[in-house]
Design a protein around this ligand. Structure first.
Ligand code: SF4
Length: 442
């Protein structure tokens, strides 16, 4: 029985796909082992959103070679789709598989015998029109369920459409079947819906056949799963109908991660985003009106070309006045074949870093304000198998990170708690409300 180890870079979608590919290997009799356990085969699932993603891939290949010099190394995923030759030239790489080929790994490489040359299986992304079902299982407390892939948008800084192809989705019927299959396992309490442009759900064979609102309404009826979380959704696709449904739904949690990218309408236009900041602010207001305790997370890019001091201040002040809980701050990095490369003037790396740290400080301020505003409120926490210094951790419905003294019975269980304090590590301390109290205060 050959031993295989997996490593995933990037997003929840990548994790759901690696986990599905790993199950394919186990069904074929391979033994799944950890990266450091000297496997016979390494599968590295890559990302290519930022320059760092490329560097990380090269570092992983080196580490794999150090641990198991004779292992067969296959690189798959977004970076492999975009730069197959560059990867094939990395010493030690045996195979490179693109977006569509990664799901055919076991058929394309039946023996995993090292060859004299690197095998490259990569077709033009236009041909990648099949939707491959995926969900993560067994390696985390929450399951990432892939409902959509690819993107038809054309944001000026983004390579994802080049790496993953056109927008396409699973059918509602098949997603419900997958959710029931996951529920039958009996140990998954929360499913996170994931995709590239999740809100654009519903396109099959190039035609829109279903809607995201109908998907979440159908999932809300699935027995055996206690809560669903939407991983991310574009502001222009987050309709009032979706917000109103989540506000009254049984299982969809009040947590919205909504990419903004810039708070300057001039920069949003240059980015080719499909909304202006006023729409974004209106979405935030609608959410907070219907769900005052809702958590809103924001993606924002700093240092995009033409972002002058004025545009950056517009972004800073816009974010500062919004009732949001945290920021994911991305520093703009030039990506090949993107239209942003033609936009001038570019922002110096030093200024990009300066702006990035300013927004990280703002994010910490927003998060602490959001957490402290919820002291005294009661929530349900899904405790994870994440033990640190005798304490366990988990997230509330509205994505507040909670800490409590380790209790083996609470792992992977949902417990009702009241937030009593926010500790210096920005973790919420709680007291349990239900009948079998856990020890208070971490
Ligand atoms: S919506 Fe824009 S940023 Fe998001 S994946 Fe599509 S092109 Fe990229």
């Amino acid at each position: 029985m050959k031993k295989v180890a997996f490593y995933t870079l990037g997003c929840k979608l990548n994790y759901s796909e690696t986990s599905t590919i790993a199950r394919q290997f186990e069904q074929r009799g391979f033994q799944k082992v950890e990266f450091q356990e000297t496997p016979d085969i390494y599968i590295i699932n890559t990302c290519s959103v930022t320059e760092n993603a490329d560097k990380k891939c090269r570092k992983l290949v080196k580490e794999a070679q150090r641990i198991a010099p004779n292992a067969y190394i296959a690189i798959v995923g977004c970076y492999a789709q975009l730069k197959p030759e560059a990867i094939a030239n990395i010493e030690g790489v045996d195979a490179v598989l693109g977006a569509a080929e990664k799901f055919m790994l076991l058929d394309l490489i039946p023996t995993f015998e090292k060859q004299s040359t690197t095998q490259v299986f990569n077709q033009p992304i236009e041909n990648s029109t099949t939707f491959h079902h995926s969900y993560s299982y067994g390696d985390r407390t929450r399951t990432f369920l892939k409902v959509q892939d690819g993107c038809n948008y054309n944001c000026a800084f983004c390579t994802i459409p080049l790496a993953r192809g056109e927008s396409r989705s699973d059918s509602i019927a098949h997603i419900i079947a997958s959710a029931k299959e996951i529920a039958k396992q009996g140990d998954i309490k929360e499913i996170v819906l994931t995709g590239v442009n999740t809100g654009d759900f519903g396109i099959q064979q190039g035609r829109r056949k279903e809607r995201f609102i109908d998907l979440i309404k159908a999932l809300d009826e699935v027995e055996g799963i206690e809560r669903f979380r939407i991983s991310s959704i574009e502001p222009n696709l987050l309709s009032n109908e979706i917000i109103e449904f989540v506000a009254q739904s049984k299982k969809f949690v009040p947590h919205f991660h909504i990419p903004l990218q810039s708070g300057s309408n001039h920069i949003l236009k240059l980015m080719n985003r499909r909304y202006e900041r006023e729409l974004y602010a209106e979405r935030v207001q609608t959410i907070k009106k219907l769900m005052p305790q809702a958590c809103i997370g924001v993606d924002v890019i700093v240092g995009f070309p033409a972002e002058g001091e004025h545009e950056f201040l517009e972004t800073y002040e816009f974010l500062n006045q919004l009732d949001i809980a945290y920021l994911h701050v991305f520093t703009y990095s030039e990506r090949p074949n993107t239209r942003a490369l033609e936009i001038k003037p570019s922002v110096s790396p030093a200024l990009r870093n300066e702006r990035s740290s300013q927004l990280h400080i703002l994010s910490d301020k927003k998060k602490r304000y959001f957490y402290e505003k919820n002291i005294g409120n009661t929530f349900h926490v899904l405790f994870e198998n994440d033990i640190d210094e005798g304490n366990m951790h988990g997230f509330t419905e509205n994505y507040i990170r909670v800490t409590a003294k380790y209790d083996p019975l609470a792992i992977n269980d949902i417990r009702q708690v009241r937030i009593t304090d926010i500790n210096p590590k920005m973790l919420a301390e709680v007291e349990e409300i239900a009948n079998n109290p856990i020890v208070h205060h971490a």
